[in-house]
Ligand binder design. Structure first.
Ligand SMILES: CC(=O)Nc1ccn([C@@H]2O[C@H](CO)[C@@H](O)[C@H]2O)c(=O)n1
Length: 103
């Protein structure tokens, strides 16, 4: 069983270290720094790597910055669109910073 999933289109960025955060809603705000998580693809739940959680930081959609976008390997405009698609109407978000520990 995997502990967290990502859309398949982000797999290569995660494995290459180009995507080092994920921004989630309340339902995934329970992770703790130091936790080791098995990571799967959302589409088929296939395992693709193991990450270590570095931090979990509450944030708001309205205060996302270019620095968040850089850590997602996308522009801020695209990041806002992605979040609006996944979490329509949600303003309270959590930035989960992580590093890949094995793949
Ligand atoms: C079931 C479910 O919620 N899955 C998610 C949720 C979010 N994300 C990515 O995190 C960043 C900010 O949201 C963006 O890169 C998102 O695409 C993801 O890959 N998979």
């Amino acid at each position: 069983m995997n502990d967290i999933t990502f859309f398949q289109r982000f797999e290569s960025d995660i494995l290459a270290g180009r995507k080092t955060i994920t921004i989630r809603d309340e339902s995934e705000a329970h992770f703790e720094p130091g936790q080791i998580l098995r990571v799967g693809r959302y589409e088929d739940d296939g395992y693709f790597c193991t990450i270590k959680v570095l931090s979990v930081t509450p944030t708001l959609l309205s205060v996302l910055t270019d620095e968040h976008a850089r850590q997602e390997n996308m522009t801020l405009e695209v990041l806002r669109d992605v979040i609006n698609d996944i979490y329509p109407g949600v303003t309270q978000l959590y930035v989960i910073a992580f590093e890949v520990v094995s793949a």
